[in-house]
Unconditional design. Structure first.
Ligand SMILES: Cc1cc2nc3c(=O)[nH]c(=O)nc-3n(C[C@H](O)[C@H](O)[C@H](O)COP(=O)(O)OP(=O)(O)OC[C@H]3O[C@@H](n4cnc5c(N)ncnc54)[C@H](O)[C@@H]3O)c2cc1C
Length: 424
């Protein structure tokens, strides 16, 4: 950092999606504000590059507070409404990134390259005059008079306002290693204890169905049982892997399993392989199958409902001879198959942890932030945006939308600080 950069009006710590958005929007809204964007890694935006299978699922056609877990939904709603999806699409179009829609409303760049999304953001940051300083980790942020002193390995930076955009702890090799949580805590914020989110689940080696099914996927409805009662139900594609289960529905379920464990609750997961069907419906279906096709084997009949390899694995686990004709299936075995189809236990023993997690659940408590400005309620002049807050979205572009929206809300307040007092 040169001596000319030793003070600025706005210092943004962390050049991921949320930090880049905050810095760009602040300068767009008020080119007179000096903005320095500090990034600890040598190259900014590493997580954008790996996102969406290196294609970057930028947002979703419909984003509401119901797509998120964590802090209060009214706060999430207010932030999303202030910078909705239409504004995100328009912004990316302006910076040269046209988006197209794919399954489940996911929006990707037309070029299908995350690199193009990051390059466009970096180009725009440079165009509007953001001073980006990479390889410059913030070691501490302290109050200094009316403003702040940001200590970095390359010198101190004085700033009137500081934005913490340091992300969570997922994929720590990208630079988001949770250090920002310590900065926030030192400045007086409560932390909701973090856990990984959107992470594959490990199943018990001996009792899990996954061994031999690696690579097979199917649509399921998962139920997460907490203390014996239904906690959460999620529908989507499940991917069997050598270690357990992955795919959108398992990843979405992971935060619920981990949060329940964190709270010391008893937690179990079952899969309905006939999304939504009840035991009674499945039992009736098997009864009529036996009448319609008495000579068919149990395994071939089951393979009309689930993938053939899953049918075989289920029957092995249930110790039912799959070659038996349907006409000779006992009532007890028929009912065990029907029950297995609607509530197959997934013996979850853990997750793959932060190194494989797409987000962090938990983080800085939303109640300590003013949702109209993203300014801290406990440390005026400090702003918090993005994944470091206690908000985590499901798979589908929702986490990036949170980054863009929270960044824009903060930028609006930072661009014209005198106006933000009115909203406080
Ligand atoms: C594999 C993977 C795929 C994903 N795919 C998608 C997807 O397709 N769509 C979607 O919506 N979401 C996706 N996500 C989630 C999404 O990437 C994150 O929610 C989002 O990047 C969070 O943005 P952020 O700016 O808050 O934090 P980050 O992107 O984590 O950025 C924080 C930045 O702060 C820097 N930093 C940290 N501490 C310091 C410090 N002390 N000083 C200076 N700099 C610091 C870090 O180096 C980092 O660059 C994916 C995540 C992963 C891991």
């Amino acid at each position: 950092m040169t001596s000319r950069l030793q003070s600025c009006e706005v210092a943004v710590v962390g050049a991921g999606a949320a930090g880049l958005a905050t810095a760009i929007f602040t300068r767009r809204l008020n080119p007179a504000r000096s903005v320095v964007l500090l990034e600890g890694a040598k190259r900014p935006g590493a997580k954008i590059l790996v996102s969406g299978g290196s294609r970057c699922n930028v947002t979703n056609t419909i984003v509401t507070d119901r797509d998120f877990w964590g802090g209060r939904s009214t706060i999430v709603r207010s932030v999303l409404r202030a910078f909705p999806v239409a504004d995100t699409i328009a912004f990316f179009r302006e910076i040269g990134v046209a988006l197209h829609e794919e399954a489940d409303g996911k929006l990707f760049p037309d070029t299908n390259r995350a690199r193009d999304v990051l390059d466009a953001l970096l180009r725009e940051a440079a165009r509007v005059g953001v001073t980006l300083v990479a390889d410059c980790r913030a070691l501490d942020v302290q109050r200094a008079g009316e403003g702040f002193l940001v200590t970095t390995a390359r010198g101190d930076l004085r700033a009137d306002a500081v934005v913490l955009a340091t992300g969570g702890q997922s994929l720590p090799k990208t630079g988001s290693d949770g250090a920002g949580f310590l900065l926030a805590r030192r400045l007086g914020h409560d932390l909701v204890e973090p856990t990984p989110g959107l992470v594959p689940l490990l199943l018990d080696r001996d009792t899990g169905l996954h061994r031999g099914l690696s690579g097979v996927s199917q649509d399921v409805k998962l139920t997460i049982w907490i203390d014996g009662a239904i906690g959460t139900r999620l529908t989507g594609t499940l991917l069997w892997t050598h270690f357990g289960v992955s795919g959108p529905v398992a990843m979405n379920a992971s935060r619920h399993w981990l949060r329940a464990k964190l709270e010391g609750r008893s937690v179990a997961v079952t899969a309905n392989f006939c999304t939504g069907a009840s035991f009674e419906q499945m039992d009736a279906r098997w009864t009529s199958l036996a009448t319609e096709r008495p000579k068919a084997s149990v395994q071939s009949a089951l393979a009309t409902i689930v993938p053939a390899s899953v049918a075989e694995a289920m029957l092995t686990a249930l110790r039912i001879d799959g070659t038996r004709e349907l006409a000779h299936l006992t009532r007890d075995d028929r009912r065990r198959i029907a029950h297995g189809l609607v509530a197959w236990p997934l013996p979850v023993v853990g997750t793959r942890g932060y190194n494989y997690a797409e987000v962090t659940a938990g983080g800085v408590a939303l109640t300590t932030v003013n949702p109209a400005t993203m300014e801290s309620r406990v440390c005026p002049g400090l702003y918090l945006v993005g994944e470091m807050l206690d908000v985590d979205g499901r798979i589908g572009g929702f986490n990036f939308q949170w980054a863009w929206s929270s960044g824009h809300v903060a930028a609006t307040a930072l661009a014209h600080p005198e106006g933000s007092w009115l909203k406080a």
